[in-house]
Design a protein. Sequence first.
Length: 175
Amino acid sequence: MLSTLPPSDLLLGNPFSAFSGGFTPWDCHDIFSPATPIPVTSSSGSDEPNQTHEKPKPDPDELDRHVASVMDERKRRRMISNRESARRSRMRKQRHLENLRNQLNKCRIENGELNNRLQFVVHHCNRVRTENEWLRSERTLLRQKVSNLTQILVFQQLQPFNPPWTCNTSAIVTE
């Protein structure tokens, strides 16, 4: 089987030794076309009777240079593509960061508003608590007064009616 032999086997010979960098002939359709155009000759043979109609074989060095230029072009395109991708990634990151900053500012504003509302509610709660304490003490005083008045009324009901002062008619001297 041929697949078990390494591609650089000396017995088979590697016709694609120039492509050992991973480049294959089918990657580029014009790899075997020479860099300079081939002059076309007529088949009449009147100019040179010994001319053959075979295409000249490409020079291996020229083929290597062409393959290298194709590889360089691919590397250059890949590098440009990678740079553009990195630029888009930076732009996305920058937009995301800006969105996070905007959210942070909104949250800080909302936090400040909620803090102000909380302070207002705490102040109002303290005021109501103070007022409740005052009302409770007032209630205690009023209950004490009602209790005292009730005791006085009960005491007066239990005592027979005696005027607090008596008129002594015998003590009145007539002149």
